[in-house]
Design a protein around this ligand. Structure first.
Ligand code: ZN
Ligand code: ZN
Length: 587
């Protein structure tokens, strides 16, 4: 499409429409700001942008006027006209218009003497198309925001103003999209995390450091207990290893050479020791494996840890709890014989699928990330790569799971299966991976004694099953909009006495529920009942148990759930109903 090689040409009608709307935006800007210079304007997910240089900076308050001008051009029904110019003609046209960025693109990107351009009225853009027939075909768009962007993404080049917009085939689709954004905004984990007092990001602790507040910690501990129990059931052994290790350990593993940009600078001591905050747990679990000489009878050895990791992400890339500088990973490393790899990979996939199904994560797909043909990037032999890839495929196939192959996305030491999850903002992220690794066991000379008495090298499987607590909790906040399933909610029941006369009974109810390990509060404030109910609703508490004189007399509770349904119940049956719901981790 436009801009010669900045993005791939496509005939997809929605992409064509969005790209055409980007031209429309630049055309409107040039009518309102004749001194502006235009850079590039590609389609992106849900819309488009155009990078422009203004002589005086513009702000979001200027977008309304630009959008009105765009609508005027739409009504003028201007055709998109394709022309092929010679290089000299094109240079002359853009020089006449003072469009330096286009001149630079022609010089850098156009090969040969033919230059493809599109005209919409007076507006001329360097572009391969295709485009819609006329501006009148652009019916449903909206300008969204402005941001700064370096020319061609290069920090040494001038900063331009990027105007983002969204464009759709019909006004109905545009409307639906804007409603979706509004809903996503309401669910935003940064906003809800603050309102519900789950976590904080406090500059006094440094950028990208999450503080788990008491209610957020309750959720996290509940998740941790569940994860550890499920892993123990499946034969994992949990360990606790230090957050620091000698820098040499990461040099030996190869992490330092590859990832030092995102590792914290080492701490150097007078005696020469250099310690490093760990970016991942793999070398630590190798040290655990290496405490004993293992026999084939010990394998597979599944070492698990809720491991704290430290990565120095760029400050501009930090975001809420999803992009942080310190996070805790549900990590494990399985050391096994080559014969055991497929079964172990299968087990790891099944555990991840189990976790996600209980949590209600349903929008995800499997990516088989393999190497590309840039040979120097990948450690190990062709044979190792081929066999690892074949085993991952076989594990996926044996579970009848569909997957897409993605060349170039492998880890440096081996191929992997990625669980690609979409969040409430429709942003995709890799939540878990299962990786087959021959390289680290080799680097650390790991061994086990085989059945015939010979020394053999184990295979190492790196696996996540739940993901990082920070990111997954952010996901859950947005997914449930704070209305967590009862088993995860920081407060499962609030008991509300109608008058002070029922305070004793309210406390009896709370004690009864607590004896079943439920999390209960008694709202003894001297507020009106309606106010207490509203406050409970704002906190999205699953159950409110309202007790008046009649309930106290009969040992009953008047139960109000989150949907507003109300039912009278004996205290016994209410208590066992909630306890069962929690024990079964119902959604
Ligand atoms: Zn174009
Ligand atoms: Zn690992």
């Amino acid at each position: 499409m436009s801009d010669y090689g900045e993005h791939e040409a496509t005939d997809d009608p929605l992409q064509v429409l969005r790209h055409s709307t980007a031209h429309l935006l630049a055309a409107a800007v040039m009518e309102l700001y004749p001194d502006a210079k235009y850079g590039i304007g590609p389609p992106v997910q849900d819309g488009f942008y155009y990078d422009l240089a203004f002589t005086k900076p513009i702000s979001e308050s200027d977008l309304g006027a630009i959008e009105s001008r765009m609508r005027r051009i739409v009504n003028e029904d201007r055709p998109f006209v394709h022309e092929t110019l010679t290089r000299d003609e094109a240079m002359a046209e853009f020089r006449k218009r003072g469009q330096d960025y286009k001149l630079e693109l022609i010089a850098d990107k156009v090969e040969g003497d033919e230059v493809s351009v599109y005209r919409t009225g007076d507006f001329l853009d360097l572009c391969r198309g295709p485009h819609v027939r006329s501006t009148r075909d652009l019916k449903a768009f909206k300008l969204m925001r402005v941001a700064g962007a370096y020319w061609r993404g290069d920090e040494s080049k001038p900063q331009l103003t990027r105007i983002y917009g969204t464009a759709w085939q019909t006004p109905k689709e545009l409307d639906d999209y804007l409603k979706f954004l509004e809903e996503a905004e309401k669910r935003d984990h940064k906003k809800l995390g603050k309102e519900l007092k789950l976590f904080a990001l406090d500059e006094r602790l440094g950028l990208g450091q999450v503080v788990w507040l008491p209610d957020g910690t309750t959720i996290r501990r509940e998740l941790e207990r569940w994860i550890i129990d499920e892993e123990l059931k499946r034969g994992y052994r949990h360990v606790i290893t230090p957050h620091l290790a000698k820098l040499d350990l990461y040099k030996k593993s190869g992490h330092w050479q590859l990832f030092h940009d995102t590792m914290y600078p080492p701490m150097r001591f007078e005696d020469g020791e250099e310690l490093e905050l760990r970016p991942m747990n793999c070398p630590h679990h190798i040290v655990v494996y290496d405490q004993d000489m293992h026999s084939y009878r010990d394998l597979p050895l599944r070492i698990a840890e809720l491991g704290q990791n430290y990565r120095l992400e760029k400050s501009g890339e930090l975001m809420g709890m999803v992009r942080v500088r310190s996070f805790n990973l549900n990590d494990a490393h399985i050391f096994c014989t080559p014969d055991q790899v497929i079964a172990e990979v299968r087990g790891a996939i099944e555990l991840a699928n189990y976790f996600m199904s209980v949590l209600g994560v349903d929008d995800y797909w499997y990516r088989l990330s393999v190497r590309d043909n840039v040979k120097t990037k990948w450690a190990g032999t062709d044979e190792e790569w081929e066999s690892a890839e074949a085993m991952l495929k076989e594990a996926l196939d044996s579970l009848s799971l569909p997957y897409k192959v993605s060349p170039g996305d492998a880890a440096f030491y081996g191929p992997k299966i990625d669980f690609q999850v979409k969040d409430a903002h429709r942003r995709e992220f890799t939540n878990n991976t299962v990786q087959v690794d021959y390289q680290l066991p080799k680097k650390f000379e790991l061994e086990y004694v085989a059945e015939d008495g010979s020394r053999q090298r184990p295979v190492m499987i790196h696996r996540g099953a739940f993901g990082a607590f920070e990111r997954m909790t952010a996901y859950l906040i947005e997914h449930y909009a704070g209305a967590f399933p009862t088993w995860l909610h920081p407060v499962q029941v609030i008991v509300i006495p109608i008058t002070d006369a029922q305070l004793d009974y309210a406390r009896t109810v709370a004690d009864r529920l607590r004896s079943l390990r439920l999390r209960v509060e008694v709202d003894a404030r001297s507020e009106r009942m309606q106010r207490k109910i509203r406050d409970g609703q704002a906190r999205k508490v699953p159950y409110m148990a309202i007790v008046g004189a009649r309930e106290a007399e009969a040992e009953h509770v008047n139960v109000r759930d989150r949907s507003g349904d109300q039912v009278d119940s004996s205290l016994d049956s209410f208590a066992s109903m909630v306890a069962t719901e929690v024990a079964e981790r119902r959604r």
